[in-house]
Design a protein around this ligand. Structure first.
Ligand SMILES: C=C(O[C@H]1C=CC=C(C(=O)O)[C@@H]1O)C(=O)O
Length: 415
């Protein structure tokens, strides 16, 4: 980031037309940032969706709203953040800002991103769906929190053991379950804005986002769609960063060669390839993984790319059947989901759900909401998880999740 590029909070204040020094609430601002470029959206409308097939319904609502506008070909832009589990009481969110500003790494004046939506068009798009609420502003109600229900380290280790027991008694039917935990910390608005800035500066390889108070820096891209081209970045299998260069190289080498981690990764990559293949002409149906090194952790990473077989739909229609991938759910998917619902003490809400943006053509970028925190009354609920496969060691899993919580803890000034 260049010294002359504005902070995200300053950009949001400017987009909101606030006086010098005033800053809007994080939960009301939309952010999407990567490698020095940042977009913020403010004002506009909020669509809240509950019930099944939320990602596909968000796509249908967006397409209907675009088509219902006076000029359906004019630019339009929305942010989305869906829940991990369709059974969650928390709503999926479609935010349509009234104003969008973008700033680049080269500095210079922020530019206005043209976008035109009307309340009438959104009303026309949602009126048939009884499980949808259209709010006439930028408010996304925060869900109350019960930190007493959350696991501590010992609770998480016990949860991992429970999952390993269930795998053993499944006779091999249950191959992988991603288990996650929460950590609710106090944070005010200034700390959250500071976190957005710190994540941008420290994790340029990730996508930094804020939607309805869910703030994070995710390294995992479910799907991008751009003029018929689709890409996906699958992550699964992790190793800690070393304390020095030699230990770091050993950890990286272990990740690149360990058969259990390779198997865990292959499952996750296969689950994405199998879902995409019917709708995307893939360049390679058996792509090889690489090691992605982030400041806090190494990951096995596979890039999948190809061309859409049909121009219909939106990036959310690509994502709907993919979610939840084995990187956040497990294998087999439904059995793993049932275990997650049963074992985890706190509903995931929008953690590990699809998060990103899309435009009037249906193009966009939808990542997985990982390495993030959800603003709750008085603080932020951080959440991270890890893939559990037979042979996993609970204490190592505790350490892995701590490493994944670190970006947010550090960004909030807590570590
Ligand atoms: C579920 C998370 O990470 C997933 C993504 C990458 C690597 C993972 C792993 O190695 O277990 C997880 O599947 C999380 O960060 O909360």
């Amino acid at each position: 980031m260049s010294a002359s590029s504005p902070s995200v909070a300053a950009l949001a204040a400017r987009a909101s037309g606030l006086p010098e020094g005033a800053v809007p609430a994080v939960a009301r601002v939309l952010v999407w940032a990567r490698e020095g470029r940042v977009r913020v959206g403010v004002g506009g409308w909020t669509v809240l969706v509950t019930g099944p097939r939320r990602v596909e319904r968000l796509s249908a609502i967006w397409r209907a709203a675009v088509a219902a506008r006076p000029d359906p070909s004019a630019p339009a832009h929305a942010w989305v953040s869906s829940v991990f589990d369709d059974a969650s009481p928390a709503p999926a969110v479609l935010r349509v800002p009234a104003r969008i500003l973008e700033a680049g790494s080269a500095g210079g004046e922020p530019v206005e991103v043209p976008a035109r939506m009307t309340e009438e068009a959104l009303r026309a798009a949602v009126f048939r769906d009884a499980c949808v609420r259209l709010l006439p502003d930028d408010d996304v109600p925060l869900t109350p929190e019960d930190p007493a229900a959350a696991w501590d380290d010992a609770g998480y280790a016990a949860g991992v053991r429970e999952v390993l027991d269930r795998m053993a008694s499944s006779g091999g039917a249950l191959g992988k379950v991603v288990v996650s935990r929460t950590d609710t910390v106090p944070a005010d608005e200034a700390a959250l804005w500071g976190a957005v800035e710190a994540l941008r500066a420290q994790y340029p390889q990730t996508w930094v986002f804020a939607v309805g108070g869910l703030v994070g820096a995710t390294p995992e891209m479910l799907a991008t769609r751009r003029r018929g081209e689709v890409t996906s970045r699958v992550l699964a299998g992790s190793a800690p960063r070393g304390a020095d260069a030699a230990e770091d190289a050993r950890n990286r080498e272990h990740l690149a060669t360990d058969p259990r981690l390779a198997e865990e990764h292959r499952w996750a990559a296969r689950s994405v390839v199998e879902v995409l293949e019917p709708v995307v002409e893939l360049e390679d149906v058996d792509p090889a993984p690489e090691v992605l090194t982030l400041p806090n952790v190494h990951h096995l990473s596979t890039s999948v790319r190809g061309r859409l077989r049909s121009a219909e739909g939106t990036v959310l229609d690509v994502v709907g059947p993919l979610h939840p991938t084995a990187a956040v759910g497990g294998i087999p998917r439904d059995a793993a989901l049932a275990v997650i619902r049963d074992v985890e003490p706190v509903d995931r809400g929008r953690y590990a759900g699809p998060v990103g943006w899309l435009d009037e053509t249906g193009d966009g970028e939808i990542a997985l909401a990982l390495r993030c925190g959800q603003q709750v009354p008085g603080g932020v609920r951080l959440q991270a998880g890890g893939g559990i496969v037979p042979g996993a060691v609970p204490e190592e899993e505790v350490a892995e999740v701590a490493a994944k919580l670190l970006p947010m803890r550090r960004a909030l000034g807590l570590a």
